[in-house]
Design a protein around this ligand. Structure first.
Ligand SMILES: *[C@@H]1O[C@H](CO)[C@@H](O)[C@H](O)[C@H]1NC(C)=O
Ligand SMILES: *[C@@H]1O[C@H](CO)[C@@H](O)[C@H](O)[C@H]1NC(C)=O
Ligand SMILES: *[C@@H]1O[C@H](CO)[C@@H](O)[C@H](O)[C@H]1NC(C)=O
Ligand SMILES: *[C@@H]1O[C@H](CO)[C@@H](O)[C@H](O)[C@H]1NC(C)=O
Ligand SMILES: *[C@@H]1O[C@H](CO)[C@@H](O)[C@H](O)[C@H]1NC(C)=O
Length: 459
């Protein structure tokens, strides 16, 4: 069973064809259906089999009367839609069948490429080999693109710092994202280099389109290396039930109810809540009751425990109403969840190096793209006072001589000193450190020479 799906382009009557085709989608007939409401049935004599356009026009007219933006035709003459149609139409997946002959299949809302890698997020710190959205690096120029998954749900639309999203000059869209009825609109992408020219060191024109539930961007691939289009950092997850006596996300991080700008929930509620969640090192957060910002420890495991709800706004900006959380996920670099372990007992600062065994040298043996956490008998952090030489199964002993960040400081730089030749700091190395609330993680410099190693603070 197949739908031909349209979205109303403009609600003005002056436009000749006030809708555009989106594509063909399956309807498996399972409840809730992708387009739940039969708003008109033109079968039984009211169909002009020679001109299906008349039926489409009539269905569009009916949808418009009812205030619905997306509608579909099924069985040639059934006109289906619903208040949430633009969000649910592809619930059962695209159909590879041709719905009606003569209807163009090429469309930016169905024929786009995906940008989904985590290192494209605006919060990802560039490290190692940078990447470039240039045709010479295999980027297909002037195609339509959609951001999804860990790259974010849209292109960043505020200044992204340089050296983010695995490039040097970070690309972000200036101006606002369009509404569905705006159709295809021109915008500029700014590439930021060290905040010069108001984060707009280079600029390129793009096109943007709101496809109902996501955006697509027509992106040129000629802005040079190293530039890249960066994704935003907040991904909508969905609407979930909550129970007041045992909240799915138990911590009220803040309430904006006293200061909600109803015309701009995005900036008055959702973005400030995202900032709070980041500060508190929470991966998931939710808006409930229009203006309350909720999260909790282990948020990724608890947010959905009472199942999906329908008590949220049905078009963006998404917020929950009473007893419902609209849940978002931060696409932040996940160093607090994704790290390697340093746990060898002989890495402890007090372990006397045993020369009968292999001597530890971390030079070029650590993964410079991974984060590390010290655990077990090695300790629960890096040693942070001068360590004697000939300890931790190495010769030159590495210890952290920096200041410890708070959770809200995010990723900071710090100095590691190596002790050798009676000097506590005969050699230094810059590392990155992040406070993950109950522990620290470190991104370690790999190029430290032999024979040196990083020591734990274990006993
Ligand atoms: C129906 O509309 C499409 C797209 O606007 C057009 O290409 C086609 O010629 C129309 N068909 C008829 C029979 O008018
Ligand atoms: C459509 O997809 C189904 C399964 O996904 C496949 O079996 C079928 O051959 C496809 N039809 C066409 C026309 O490509
Ligand atoms: C750019 O501005 C941001 C926010 O004001 C600041 O945190 C950052 O350090 C600046 N970067 C540079 C390279 O000046
Ligand atoms: C991380 O910082 C918080 C304050 O933001 C502090 O309470 C906590 O003890 C720190 N974590 C560690 C492991 O020191
Ligand atoms: C540790 O760092 C501080 C501040 O950078 C520096 O003054 C001090 O000399 C360092 N400690 C050693 C033992 O070198």
């Amino acid at each position: 069973m197949v739908f031909l799906l349209f979205v109303a382009m403009s609600l003005q009557d002056t436009v000749a064809k006030p809708y555009v085709p989106i594509g063909c989608f399956k309807d498996t007939m399972k409840e809730p259906r992708p387009l739940p409401k039969l708003i008109e049935n033109f079968r039984g004599g009211r169909l002009d089999w020679h001109n299906i356009n008349k039926t489409i026009d009539a269905c569009a007219q009916k949808a418009k009367e009812m205030g619905y933006l997306c509608f579909g035709l099924q069985f040639y003459g059934e006109c289906w839609s619903g208040p949430q149609a633009c969000l649910t139409y592809d619930r059962d997946g695209p159909s590879n069948e041709s719905c009606i002959h003569g209807v163009g299949k090429e469309n930016e809302c169905t024929d786009y490429r995906i940008l989904n890698s985590a290192d494209r997020s605006m919060t990802h710190h560039t490290s190692g080999q940078p990447k470039c959205d240039h045709w010479s690096h295999g980027f297909a120029s002037n195609r339509w693109y959609r951001f999804t998954d860990k790259a974010g749900e849209a292109m960043a639309d505020e200044c992204v710092q340089s050296m983010r999203c695995q490039t040097f000059m970070s690309g972000w869209m200036s101006g606002t994202h369009p509404e569905v009825v705006d159709g295809i609109v021109p915008r500029d992408v700014c590439f930021n280099w060290q905040n010069k020219s108001e984060c707009c060191y280079r600029k390129t024109p793009i096109r943007v389109r709101n496809c109902g539930k996501f955006y697509v961007y027509k992106l040129p691939g000629n802005t040079g290396c190293y530039t890249r289009y960066c994704g935003n950092d907040v991904v909508p997850v969905g609407c979930y039930n909550d129970i007041l006596s045992d909240r799915a996300l138990p911590d009220l991080l803040d309430s904006y109810r006293g200061a909600i700008n109803w015309n701009d929930l995005e900036n008055s509620v959702i973005k400030p809540c995202a900032v709070k969640a980041k500060e508190n090192n929470r991966r998931f957060f939710a808006i409930q009751f229009y203006g309350e910002c909720w999260s909790g420890p282990g948020s990724q495991n608890t947010y959905a425990k009472y199942g999906p709800s329908s008590r949220c706004t049905t078009t963006a900006p998404f917020v929950g109403m009473q007893r419902a959380n609209f849940v978002y996920m931060l696409t932040e670099e996940s160093e607090c969840n994704n790290y390697k372990i340093l746990d060898a007992a002989d890495r402890s600062q007090f372990h006397v190096t045993n020369t009968a065994k292999p001597i530890r040298c971390d030079h070029k043996r650590l993964d410079e793209n991974s984060w590390y956490r010290v655990v077990g008998a090695a300790g629960n952090a890096m040693a942070d006072q001068c360590v004697q030489t000939w300890r931790c199964q190495t010769l030159g002993t590495g210890w952290f001589n920096g200041t410890y960040p708070k959770v809200s400081d995010g990723i900071q730089r710090g100095n590691v000193c190596f002790s050798w030749n009676r000097k506590c700091c005969y050699k230094e190395s810059i590392v990155r450190i992040r406070n993950c609330s109950s522990f620290f993680v470190y991104k370690l410099n790999n190029d430290i020479g032999c024979v040196n190693a990083y020591c734990g603070n274990g006993q």
